[in-house]
Design a protein around this ligand. Structure first.
Ligand code: APR
Length: 247
């Protein structure tokens, strides 16, 4: 049986399917990933995303953070992969998405139960008084955005290196790994912890693993049961058509 039919069997036999996504699912929306060819960490020094660096060199760091995570990301649109997952949530096939991405494309595609493990670019937080502001409420310039309550500098509400995972996201993700019968891993190298623990945790709890990625990842030869080596948009469109053909 080919990998697509094996994948369909896993999806059909699972009563509780969760999805774990990384930057690869947004590549077909034009957003570069981090570690693959042309990835962001080949162009920029990851130190710009260290919290201490942002606090101590805010003007310099903000220009790069704005260029990468706002000027470009904000105009990105969900691609067929995001849309299929949103359709599967409506059909009850997918219970939740745990994403490492901060681009809000799952929500823009219509997914509701999205756990943003690394936070989001859709809001900012004040480094002094902790007030939060919706990104679209801020006027954007090369100047560091300031809190309109205490006038201190704001930080994007996604986590920088050295920052803790949002507690609620961490707790919700753990709970999902306890319920999951199938984890669909899409577009991630599995390089970054603690996010990368999530599929391992679910596997420990008896879940099957379906992986979609044109390249092998850290999961592929360790916990993946079925691997579709294909781009997310193509693979999910094909799986969706196969599922419809047997319903
Ligand atoms: N469809 C599916 N997967 C793809 C596609 C595609 N069209 N294009 C590339 N990929 C895969 C690559 O093969 C790679 O395995 O996406 C993965 C991207 O890996 P990374 O760049 O490491 O991104 P990710 O795993 O999400 O990184 C995790 O690292 O820098 C931090 O916080 C950042 O959330 C990010 C975390």
């Amino acid at each position: 049986m080919d990998t697509y039919n094996q994948a369909i069997e896993l999806i059909k036999n699972s009563k509780y399917t969760i999805v774990f996504t990384g930057a690869g699912i947004s590549k077909e929306s034009g957003i570069p990933a981090f570690r693959d060819e042309g990835g962001l960490w080949n162009k920029y020094d990851p130190k710009i995303l260290e919290l201490s660096y942002y606090i101590n060199n805010t003007e310099e760091s903000w220009k790069v953070v704005k260029n990468i995570f706002y000027d470009f990301f904000i105009q990105a649109k969900p691609n067929p992969a995001h849309k299929v997952l949103a359709e599967w949530e409506k059909q009850g096939i997918v219970k939740s998405i745990i994403t490492q991405n901060i681009d809000s494309l799952h929500q823009k595609a219509g997914s509701n139960n999205v756990i943003e493990f690394h936070g989001t670019n859709s809001s900012f937080v004040c480094l002094e008084c902790n007030a939060t502001f919706k990104t679209e409420a801020l006027e954007f310039s090369d100047n560091v955005p300031l809190c309109n309550i205490c006038n201190f500098k704001l930080k994007p509400n996604f986590i920088f290196f050295g920052e803790a995972i949002p507690v609620k996201a961490s707790q919700q993700s753990l709970a999902e790994t306890q319920n999951a019968e199938l984890v669909i891993i899409i577009g991630t190298t599995g390089e970054v912890y603690p996010a990368a623990y999530i599929p391992y945790e679910a596997k420990q709890n008896g879940a099957k693993i379906l992986e979609i990625n044109p390249e092998k990842s850290n999961f592929s030869d360790s916990i993946t049961d079925v691997m579709i080596q294909e781009k997310a948009g193509i693979a999910l469109t094909k799986l969706n058509e196969l599922l419809k053909s047997i319903q």
